[in-house]
Design a protein around this ligand. Sequence first.
Ligand code: ATP
Ligand code: MG
Length: 434
Amino acid sequence: MSKLQGAGLKPLAHSVSAKVRCPHPAEKLSYNAMKPGSAIEIVRQLRLKGHEAYLVGGCVRDMVMKLEPSDYDIATSALPEEVISIFPRTEAIGAQFGVILVIHRGHPYEVATFRSDEAYVDGRRPTGVVFTDAKQDVQRRDFTINGLLYDPIEERVIDYVSGQEDIDARIVRAIGDPRQRFQEDKLRILRAIRFGARLGYTIEPATWQAVCEMAPQIHQVSAERIREELVRILTEGQAAHGMRMLEESGLRAQILPELEWAANIEKSLEMVKRDAPADFAIGVLLHEVAPARAAQVVERLKCSRSEMHHINALVESLPVFARIAMMNTSSVKRFFRLQRFEDHLELARIHSTVCGAGRNGYELAVQKYRAWTPDDIAPPPLVTGEDLIALGYSPGPIFKEILNRVEDEQLEGRLSGRDQALAFAVKHYPRVNS
Ligand code: ATP
Ligand code: MG
């Protein structure tokens, strides 16, 4: 700790070769239009106290690309304790790395002291950090496109890593030696592919070579982080492109050995919409894997219980669509009661579009599903256990059978009212004592 705090090296002046680009008026407009309001106020307050402060990382990349940033991170020369003393509401979320969460107007902003990372031991985390200056801070960041600073007061981008050129050329390039950077933190291997896929960028050849060479080391990253990156690759747009890069780099074989990569899967992923739910996207990815093996994958990736349930249901239930024409009405209605059935339908649509072959029951399913109301599919029961007790039945396993049978009849449309249903029960299940 003393090293961290004592490491408050005085921020060095910006002496060197940063490419400062002042946006021309049109660009200024678009930055303003995005108005990172509160983040700018935080920067301003830090400056008023004599510190350097900038917007940094993904938000600057997005602003340069004229996309709306999802959040705004701030990098500053102020030490963590100084940040804490300046703002009334803070949380020391990553104090050991110099990251303080500033809550401003109800929104959290990460304010990180300029730092460089010390040696990495476990392929994921540095052993410590040294507080430095803005130029060194961007050197520890992963890709040039993520290494830009933005001065919102003077409205200029500060670029020590030629990130703007790479944005213009649509390239993901590691900052520094890619092999070394991936050696330090293996998560960056997956992040390269995530940004490449999401932005539709090419991965620069040396960076790509390092991704391929180091794919077998991805296991140093926890299953949770692998899942998070995989989900983001699948749901942030261009999932098919992302998965193809995972395949070509050898990463797919490492993280998803159960999946046989095929043109069908790639075409299916092309139909996954941006921002699709994570479990649905994984379901599409795994829909041709045998259910037992798909279950192993979601277990290994440590998906949540509800995600596991949904993914397994998607994979297991897909073949049912092909049998709908042969199923009786009550079974079809019960099938339609699966949670989030719309997802099942969408996977069946994707599958049948890709496979062509007879549309695999998808159209019949849609036709029936649209024709029925929720009450047709899951009507209130005509008979309850209490009714059976009142009729003189003794509670036991037979109750379930009777209630199911009555419900079958109801779903088939052969029973309409309660009296009819009670009469049906009595007729088909004679009471022991009567
Ligand atoms: P997104 O829009 O997906 O959030 P982002 O670029 O903001 O993208 P974050 O994960 O939020 O990504 O990280 C913020 C910034 O921190 C990055 O832009 C990058 O500069 C830096 N960063 C994040 N993770 C790493 C890492 N593993 N190695 C090096 N730098 C990283
Ligand atoms: Mg971010």
